[in-house]
Design a protein around this ligand. Structure first.
Ligand code: FPP
Length: 224
């Protein structure tokens, strides 16, 4: 049985779900947030130590401002409501990506990271204003200023995911089979599950089935 330390998720399909069911893309995002909450609880139950959620990409700034604002407001609400709960539940929050939001939101994010920094049960990495190509360029710029050898181990110290093990599983809902600039370095050996369902329809049974399947896969990492 494979050990499972880290699950990463591209939560795709909120917009389509919202249009189909509520005539509003934004309401799809609200519904998506409910799924985030029970996936966090199930991740804790399964004793998985890291959960990385792609919540806002560097490319999402291209969306209309009413959708960007809605998403950022949801995030703000989520942080305000959950900060205390995270502390109680021993959850650590880490932001991966560049915090380039309003001062208010940047402050909330930094405070939530600080408040939860010693927590141990589960680390949630929230990918916000995150793009893997940006991250790789950031790492190259930083390592090239140092005198140390350029090798995989040293390079990883300059990624936003420093000290975080690579994901064992990547789940992408929403029926698109692509990575969309997410964790391109870190996913090199992850088991990838592309799911047809839209994110708001993804449920605990779907999550459990993926974990069950993953545990039985023969992972070779280039070996035989
Ligand atoms: C992709 O669906 C989803 C996003 C860009 C945002 C994900 C956000 C949430 C699940 C809610 C907020 C989460 C947190 C943790 C605060 P899409 O809009 O691209 O869907 P589409 O492919 O149907 O257009």
């Amino acid at each position: 049985m494979n050990p499972l330390n880290h699950v990463a998720i591209i939560m795709d399909g909120n917009g389509r779900w919202g249009l189909k069911n509520k005539n509003s893309r934004n309401l799809g995002h609200s519904e998506g947030l409910k799924v985030v909450e029970y996936i966090i609880q199930e991740t804790i139950k399964k004793k998985i130590k890291f959960l990385t959620l792609f919540a806002f990409s560097t490319e999402n700034w291209k969306r209309p401002s009413y959708e960007i604002n809605y998403l950022l407001n949801l995030l703000e609400k989520f942080l305000k409501e959950k900060a205390k709960k995270f502390s109680k539940e021993d959850i650590k929050l880490k932001i991966i990506g560049k915090k380039k939001f309003s001062n208010k939101l940047n402050k909330l994010l930094t405070e939530a990271e600080k408040k939860t920094s010693n927590n141990k049960k589960l680390q949630i990495n929230l990918a916000l204003n995150y793009g893997s190509k940006d991250e790789l360029i950031h790492a190259v710029k930083h390592i090239s200023k140092k005198k140390e050898a350029i090798n995989q181990k040293n390079f990883e110290k300059y990624l936003f995911t420093k000290n975080i093990p690579d994901p064992d599983i990547l789940i992408r809902t929403g029926n698109h089979n692509r990575l969309s600039n997410f964790l391109l370095w870190q996913l090199a050996y992850s088991e990838i599950f592309f799911i047809k369902k839209l994110w708001p329809d993804f449920n605990i049974q779907d999550y459990r089935k993926i974990i069950y399947k993953f545990k039985k896969i023969k992972r070779n990492f280039g070996n035989i």
